[in-house]
Design a protein around this ligand. Sequence first.
Ligand code: GLV
Ligand code: MN
Ligand code: MN
Length: 411
Amino acid sequence: MKQETPRIDSQRLWESLEDMACIGALPSGGCRRLSLSDEDQAARDVFAEWCREAGCEMHVDGFGNQFAVRTGRVPNAPLVLFGSHLDTQPNGGRYDGIYGVLAGLELMRTLAVNGVETDRSLAVVNWTNEEGVRFSPGLTGSKGFAGAISEEELGALKTPEGASFLSELERIGYLGRPPAFKVASYFEAHIEQGPILEAAELSVGVVNGVQGVRWFEVVVTGADRHAGTTPMSMRADSYMASARIALAVRERLLALTPDIRVTIGRVDVKPGSVNTVPGETTFSIDLRHPSTEILDEAEALIKALATQEATAEACAVRTVRTFNLPPVRFNAGCVELVASMAQAASLPTIEMVSGAMHDACALSTVAPTAMIFTACRGGISHSEDEFAEPEDLAAGCQLLLDVVLSAARIV
Ligand code: GLV
Ligand code: MN
Ligand code: MN
């Protein structure tokens, strides 16, 4: 006999998002919950408490990832995993990552209230340090879980101030052991963080992949000189050289392809004195595109332009790639499952590629994976202005439940 799928409680989902947003709340409605900070610890504690109340058992692994497991009828079968991250950007929103974790919790609550049993066990996960703000780069927990971070790399991971990832994990009480379970499939619900769904007047999108991401550190070296006495023609100004590099990179990469994304989000000017020509400037570049060939071309251009513009300002430059996430294509079967469940629920969708990176990228290397996107207002994210409509979030959460119940069946 066909069992009716239970309905999630959209009000309960919304309230849990509102309650979580109180931890690390910022004045304009956003959140600052940097990974392994006191605020992150508080969020983890609350999440664990909510999961236990929903009948789940909590596990923490050696990367601080939190897993809330709901045991199925076949406890030793690989489980169905879903979730996202609770850490935020410095001036972050209430939904980026948080929605995927709390949608997973809402799913667990719905199954508990309705007394639904599944064949496979289910687990909702909160991945550690997705955002990569305190510890750069991001995706630490999910990459670690996928076996893509060596012990050496983990040991060397530090904040700019020198606090180590492992000691911070220990400090907040979230250094655990490897989990004993295997993953049958992974699903991540997330706000889109871009404008496509809103423009198409759709609540939900089926994500079939993620564009590639490369990060660079550029160090421009000139010479510290007196700001008042040194003629403009006798300077090696590392900041002026950096500004030239920034503008040249934007112009040339846009000429390469208009759908490129290039961002300089962090600049450190030394010695940082008003009346000294700065001798050293270090800045970041975040580069994104769905094609590896375009990324290769753009990387070569960045390196050539950095040398050209630095030389023109009598400076030297070193450009180092610090992070590389190749473009990801999700599992066709999982993507099809999400699309077919949406269709069965008469929920209109489109297939799309994610502009942002997600923990799902790391998971896709070890388990069949797909993502569900929900619309967000103005496509705005990584900002306190981030907002998503409760109805869109509820539609994505219900779709996640439908997908997970189907994936949990052993036929
Ligand atoms: C994740 O937040 C990203 O940088 O895409
Ligand atoms: Mn996110
Ligand atoms: Mn983010």
